[in-house]
Design a protein around this ligand. Structure first.
Ligand code: GDG
Length: 743
């Protein structure tokens, strides 16, 4: 309809203009025709009355002649008639002859021209005709015709011309609009389908999508071209951008028009704890928080998370908001309160006894309970409500974090169909056989597929996810574009390797490396030049801490020269203590450290210093800077940020990273000593190699790794997702649907 108006109105205006312009022309033409007719008519009248008039003139009956003329002018059109014998005479004429017409001035009416005379009655036409006969008295006849009928007809003609052009405009525009609409619809249907990457290439009958044969030859090429252009633009843009908080902000304000970002995660970035009548702010040990906190500082917005601190309720406003970071607020946390039952079922139960072991190959069996599942569903619903209440527009950008919220994307999509939902899965995704263990596997998958974009750290995990969907759901999987269409929506499955902020905060690295080395050694009762290794992890069985200790033990066995000369400090942040498996694991780790220390620690410093307590990030960095090596031995890890943090901390280009091949980070940091944590001998050899590695080799390896972490920092991670979200929103506007495109 809008299209029709946009087309018809200008057309009508143009044609009205044309009609307006040609009306005077038509007018002049018709007047010309009528004047010629009146001239002919005048000649006819003269011929007709000539004889009787001459008889009367010859008889000298002037009164009769006037009477005769008055009779003739009863004719509707002949207004007046007169006879002039010579220019000096007075005219014999009907009563109606205008005073302006006198015998003396008849010559003027014989000259070429329209011969029009204005009068109160309207325009008059004056024709002067000589009497033709030579025998009888000569002279000239003046015939005055009433032209008002010509004016009337001319007006009517103008009106007809105007109506004609209007009618023509309407008919032409209607025909054009109908034709345009038909072909436009066809094109739009084709283009939309094409831009959604579907439909046109399928055979008739294979689905509900239109099959437009006209597009077939170009569809695949066009689709590929769009994809390539997108990838190329993204790659070029990505490579050209120096990824900083500022560039991220620029994307947010440019590409995403300053949209608000809502992050949802279980763990909050700042926890308020009451200790000895004081409220302390703690930064939790969490890779997710480490990665997302600088993003939120750059982007502002709202971070929705479980308020788990003992003093959390005391510090929020009446909307459960608190501005953070405390020293320099940049964004707000919206705290969601959970009951003990909810936390037990949703967090400890389904998330950490079910999903966590399900997704990690760490040989711990997942435990699934229906009561936990019920709480998981309820808590996901609770967070969905929080998202809706925090959304300021109908199409916010929501970043859903991790396996605690597999159902959340679908729940948000139901309430905010136009939202752009980016879900990031921070842990690995298992193969379909392993995932099949989950009794609610279909619900979990359907929930995740409410996302517009679903991100994993590695392509391997993306592949596993797509294979799982393909195996268990009635979904369409496109392996070329890596999208899954399910329930009328499509989800892009993408690889976004996470990272850390670069450069690291000044506060983390301002203490010089020699000072860190001295202070940390002194603090742990170690000699100044003692060889030091570091491990920093949550006390989680997936981190391979026991395998790490086993490798240290093996090092002492194979290379006893390190006994008393090498100590490994393990910073182990307590985690998930409500779960039996974790309590058991902690006990095993403690026992193992004690056993190894008693075996090799007799003659001096112990091989292992185990610190099961929370450390602030600044202290963690001090350990990184003090150490000769860092050992990351995860049995399975989505990425592992500790490895990247160690690299970031070493601005002196020293230190060796030993890294498990089962971490996502191992794909990005091949200059680390890559090991299989299950192979104690290999790990012991790597420890030995690290301890004897020349400074030059350490520097070469560290420089390369620092280059990678600097370039692929966390701002790039978030920026890539937001750029993809922006492209998706642009594409959705084009195809007429935001958030997630219709399948
Ligand atoms: C998940 C995935 C993925 C450790 N101890 C303390 C402490 N930390 C910090 C480290 C690091 C973070 O915690 C741990 O990050 P990771 O990446 O190693 O591991 P997860 O917590 O399991 O994270 C993982 C990550 O999500 C991001 O996607 O890489 O694969 O499992 O920043 O420094 N921090 C503090 N005190 C400690 O005692 N403050």
């Amino acid at each position: 309809m809008r299209l029709s108006l946009r087309f018809v109105l200008p057309l009508i205006l143009v044609l009205a203009g044309i009609a307006y312009a040609i009306a005077p022309l038509v007018d002049r033409l018709t007047v010309g025709w009528f004047v010629r007719d009146l001239d002919i008519r005048a000649s006819l009248i003269v011929n007709a009355i000539q004889e009787p008039l001459q008889e009367q003139l010859a008889a000298g009956r002037k009164a009769k002649i006037n009477e005769f003329f008055n009779r003739i002018t009863l004719d509707e059109r002949l207004y007046a008639i007169g006879y002039c014998a010579s220019p000096a005479d007075k005219a014999l004429a009907s009563r109606s002859l205008p005073a302006d017409i006198r015998c003396a001035g008849l010559d003027r009416w014989e000259e070429p021209g329209d011969h029009l005379l204005a009068s109160a009655r309207g325009p008059l036409h004056v024709a002067v005709k000589p009497m033709a006969s030579e025998a009888a008295p000569s002279g000239r006849l003046v015939l005055v015709h009433d032209m008002s009928f010509v004016t009337r007809r001319s007006e009517e003609t103008k009106l007809y011309v105007f109506y004609f052009f209007m009618g023509l405009a309407i008919v032409v525009s209607m025909i054009t609009v109908i034709i345009a609409q038909l072909s436009w619809r066809g094109w739009m249907t084709g283009m939309r389908a094409l831009l959604r990457g579907e439909g046109l290439l399928r055979q008739p009958g294979s689905g509900a999508q239109p099959n437009l044969p006209g597009f077939k030859p170009i569809a695949r090429d066009l689709q590929r071209l769009i994809h390539e252009l997108e990838v190329e633009t993204r790659t070029r843009d990505e490579a050209q951008i120096t990824w900083t908080p500022e560039s991220l902000r620029a994307i947010l304000h440019g590409e995403l028009r300053g949209e608000d970002i809502i992050v949802v995660s279980n763990r909050e970035p700042y926890i308020h704890q009451r200790r000895n009548n004081r409220i302390e702010v703690q930064r939790p040990a969490s890779g997710l928080v480490t990665a997302l906190e600088p993003i939120m500082r750059a982007c502002s917005g709202t971070w929705i998370a479980h308020g788990s601190g003992s003093a959390d309720r005391e510090v929020v406003d009446k909307h459960d908001h608190i501005a953070v970071p405390p020293e320099n607020p940049a964004y707000q946390i919206r705290r969601v309160w959970l009951t003990a039952e909810e936390e037990a079922g949703y967090y400890y139960g389904f998330s950490n006894e079910g999903m966590w072991p399900l997704c990690h190959i760490a040989h711990v069996r997942p435990t699934f309970r229906s009561a936990d599942w019920a709480q998981y569903v309820a808590v996901n619903r609770k967070f969905a409500k929080a998202v809706v209440s925090e959304a300021r527009t109908e199409n916010p950008i929501v970043l859903v974090q991790d396996y605690h919220f597999a159902l959340l994307p679908k729940m948000i999509r139901e309430e905010l169909p136009d939202a752009t939902i980016i879900t990031f899965w921070h842990i690995p995704w298992p193969n379909p056989e392993s995932f099949a263990i989950c009794p609610w596997r279909d619900e979990v998958l359907a929930g995740m597929l409410g996302s517009s974009i679903l991100g994993f750290h590695t392509q391997f995990h993306c592949n596993n996810f797509v294979d799982t969907v393909d195996r268990f759901l009635e979904a369409r999987v496109d392996r070329e574009s890596f999208t899954v269409s399910f329930g009328g929506k499509s989800t892009a499955v993408r690889r976004y390797p996470i990272s850390i902020a670069w450069p690291p905060e000044e506060e983390m690295v301002h203490k010089p490396v020699p000072d860190c080395r001295n202070d940390i050694r002194k603090m742990n009762g170690l000699p100044p030049e003692h060889n030091l290794g570091i491990g920093v992890d949550r006390l989680d069985y997936t981190k391979g801490i026991m395998e790490r200790f086993r490798a240290i033990e093996r090092l002492m066995e194979l290379n006893p020269e390190w006994i008393g000369r090498f100590t490994f400090v393990q910073v182990a942040a307590p985690t998930r203590l409500g779960i039996e498996e974790y309590q058991h694991h902690e006990a095993q780790v403690r026992a193992m450290a004690t056993r190894i220390n008693s075996r090799f620690g007799g003659q001096g410093p112990p091989p292992i210093v185990l610190k099961v307590e929370h450390h602030e990030p600044r202290e963690v960095y001090e350990y990184f800077r003090a150490a000769d090596l860092c050992f990351v031995s995860s049995l399975h890890d989505g990425m592992n940020l500790v490895a990247k943090e160690f690299v970031a901390a070493r601005d002196d280009n020293r230190g060796v990273l030993i890294l498990s091949q089962f971490t996502g980070a191992a794909r990005e940091l091949p200059e680390a000593l890559i090991v299989n944590p299950y192979d104690a001998d290999q790990c012991a050899a790597a420890l030995h190699l690290a301890l004897i590695m020349p400074a030059t080799e350490q520097r070469d390896r560290m420089r390369l790794m620092r280059g990678i972490v600097a370039e692929f920092n966390v701002f790039r991670w978030a920026g890539r997702m937001l750029l993809d979200a922006a492209a998706m929103r642009r594409r959705s506007r084009l195809t007429g649907k935001a958030g997630s495109s219709k399948a």
